[in-house]
Design a protein around this ligand. Structure first.
Ligand SMILES: Nc1ncnc2c1ncn2[C@@H]1O[C@H](COP(=O)(O)OP(=O)(O)OP(=O)(O)O)[C@@H](O)[C@H]1O
Length: 601
């Protein structure tokens, strides 16, 4: 039996965090993405804007109906060479065109207003989702990793809202146009009589309407058949573009490492291979799009002449004048245009479909990290005194391999502990578990309710912004510059006092040793009660390390300090030590004397 089995491995392995097998429908996903905004505190302003946009849309359809009537009068005036009617019709056209222009300008303006408001709301929500309970960190533990969350938040949300609004408005406009013009076309087209010889005569009332319906249904069916693969291709295109962009952003972040390794050739090969994926997928989109365009262009061109051909028999038999013919052709074009909604919007619908899947994939992943959090078996409880305790703490790898078994610790204020052990034995993972960000652990960690805790990784995180902000991170800068300068002096960083308000990429500019001293300056500024240092002095010489530990001990006498490190010189700065063996076993020493160890095999 393996170690992992003997200690009753925790139940949340990566494998049982897979996505549900049942894939929800696109409409369910769409509803889950859309409903929160339309039921939020902004719903009334959003609904008002939507109603205004819809009203303008209906207004534009009404203007089109009037224009259709105008066509008849205008062409009849031309046919009769009636100058007075011609001038009157031109003035009428100016009126209708003016109304059309005003509504189209404001419709776009109000749509954009709704779009940016919706985007602002949804982006804030997605940012919170991503940052809450460290979803951005925990996502790495899911089996089905969500690629490029940054792109989903910055680009996909924008496209989703833009396309949803434009598709909805076009759909509404199509439905209203369809209803209005079907009635007009029905009235105009009259009844078609087809002589069936001995079987008599077939009479088709409103035959132009049936012609438009038949023509559009055939076109839509073909479009769906040809265009289907575009959904997946668009999904992949977004991913490949984001991967390509992210790889370049990584080079920017790690420019020094690459430059020192002379890694340009390898980087170029990597970029080009990622870009090749972009190009190859784009080729597939082009080929598919070309097939679709053959259909849609041909379909739209035939539609120009089709109604004239259909109405020609009635025109030549004298049942219809030129005005009537042109009006019928225009009405046919409106009916067929609305019925062709799917054909004309197919590319947008394919891209919209891909974006809905990407966004709901992101929310699904965030939700699964929340489940991961609730299933965690490591409890962080509040202790009644100022001490720090760990009870029966076991730490695992995501594949359930045991790193540490049933650790018990108790430290009183002012005490310190050094965690040592071979590389890969789980020292940093233990710190992660104590910090509450490692989900594969079990046991109890006890800290006082109001105790201020600070975890320092080997490479301190320096945010974008001024050095002052970096020093106070994750809090907003406060306190005097004099105090800050004094602390910089103590941490051997006096040369930085003059650039406190300079904005720069400090993580790239400062040496690793300087960054580690910045982390010590943070300790002195924030005066935590509990400090966890994960190889936080690994880039400093022993003399500097000694001075910084002395500083912390003299300034924060009551703080509990837990360090991870390899150097034996660190032992003199800690009252006790813990040695991890990497197979679950551990040993505790007071000074150099072993006083306890793990039990079990
Ligand atoms: N996110 C992760 N997913 C899977 N395995 C991980 C992950 N993070 C760490 N590990 C593995 O956990 C083990 C312990 O890693 P950890 O960083 O805790 O070791 P360490 O004792 O701190 O090593 P070092 O002294 O080299 O810093 C390693 O085998 C590492 O590969």
């Amino acid at each position: 039996m393996s170690d992992a089995q003997t200690v009753n491995p925790i139940m949340f392995s990566k494998t049982n965090l897979k996505k549900d097998k049942v894939t929800p429908s696109i409409w369910y996903k769409f509803w889950s993405l859309t409903a929160p905004y339309w039921t939020s505190e902004e719903k009334w302003s959003a609904l008002t804007l939507l109603v205004l946009i819809m009203a303008m849309n209906l207004g534009s359809v009404y203007v089109q109906v009037l224009l259709n009537e105008w066509i008849k009068d205008f062409y009849d005036a031309l046919q009769k060479t009636d100058k007075t009617a011609f001038i009157t019709d031109l003035l009428r056209f100016a009126e209708l065109a003016g109304a059309y222009i005003i509504q189209s300008v404001y419709m776009l303006y109000l749509s954009q207003m709704l779009q940016i408001r919706w985007r602002r709301w949804l982006t804030a929500k997605y940012l919170s989702k991503w940052l809450n309970h460290q979803a951005y960190y925990r996502m790495q533990f899911l089996d089905d990793k969500t690629d490029n969350p940054d792109q989903r938040i910055s680009e996909d949300i924008n496209s989703f809202i833009g396309q949803t609004l434009s598709l909805t408005i076009t759909l509404l406009s199509s439905v209203v146009t369809l209803v209005s013009f079907i009635a007009i076309l029905w009235g105009l087209s009259g009844t078609l009589s087809v002589n069936l010889g001995s079987m008599g005569t077939l009479k088709i009332p409103g035959y132009m309407v049936w012609a438009a319906v038949g023509y559009s249904v055939a076109g839509t069916w073909l479009t769906l058949r040809i265009g289907k693969p575009l959904v997946q291709l668009n999904f992949d295109q977004q991913r490949f573009e984001a991967d390509f962009r992210y790889s370049m952003a990584r080079l920017r972040e790690n420019s020094e490492g690459v430059a020192l390794y002379r890694g340009e050739k390898e980087e170029r090969a990597g970029f080009l291979s990622r870009f090749n994926a972009v190009v190859n997928n784009y080729w597939q989109i082009m080929v598919r799009q070309k097939k679709l365009n053959w259909l849609t262009s041909g379909y739209n061109q035939v539609a120009v002449i089709f109604p004239i051909l259909m109405a020609a028999p009635r025109f030549f038999s004298g049942q219809m004048h030129l005005g009537g013919l042109m009006q019928t052709a225009a009405a046919f074009s409106s009916v067929h245009g609305s019925l062709s909604y799917l054909i004309n919007s197919y590319t947008t619908i394919a891209s919209w479909n891909a974006i809905v899947n990407r966004l709901s994939g992101f929310t699904g992943a965030v939700d699964r990290t929340a489940i991961l959090k609730t299933r965690e078996e490591l409890k962080h409880l509040k202790s009644s005194d100022r001490s720090f305790s760990v009870k029966s703490l076991s730490v695992f790898l995501p594949d359930q391999k045991l790193l540490l078994r049933d650790l018990d610790l108790h430290l009183e204020p002012g005490e310190s502990l050094l965690i040592m052990g071979p590389s890969g034995s789980g020292k940093s993972t233990l710190i992660r578990a104590l910090a509450g960000i490692w989900p594969f652990a079990r046991g109890t960690v006890l800290l006082p309710e109001n105790g201020k805790v600070m975890f320092l990784p080997q490479k301190p995180y320096l945010p974008l912004g001024t050095l002052r902000q970096a020093l106070y991170y994750p809090y907003a800068p406060e306190g005097s510059t004099a105090n800050l300068s004094e602390i910089l002096d103590l941490c051997y960083l006096s040369h930085l006092s003059t650039v406190l308000d300079q904005r720069d990429n400090w993580a790239q500019l400062l040496s690793l040793g300087e960054q580690q001293r910045i982390a010590f300056a943070r300790i002195l500024l924030q005066c935590p009660d509990y400090v966890f240092l994960d190889e936080a002095t690994a880039s400093l010489d022993e003399e500097m390390e000694e001075m910084l530990y002395k500083l912390v001990r003299s300034r924060l006498k009551q703080a509990i300090v837990i360090s991870v490190g390899h150097r034996s010189s660190l032992l003199s700065w800690h009252q006790s030590s813990l040695r991890l063996m990497g197979d679950g076993k551990w040993l505790r020493f007071a000074g150099r004397t072993k006083f306890t160890e793990s039990v079990g095999p």
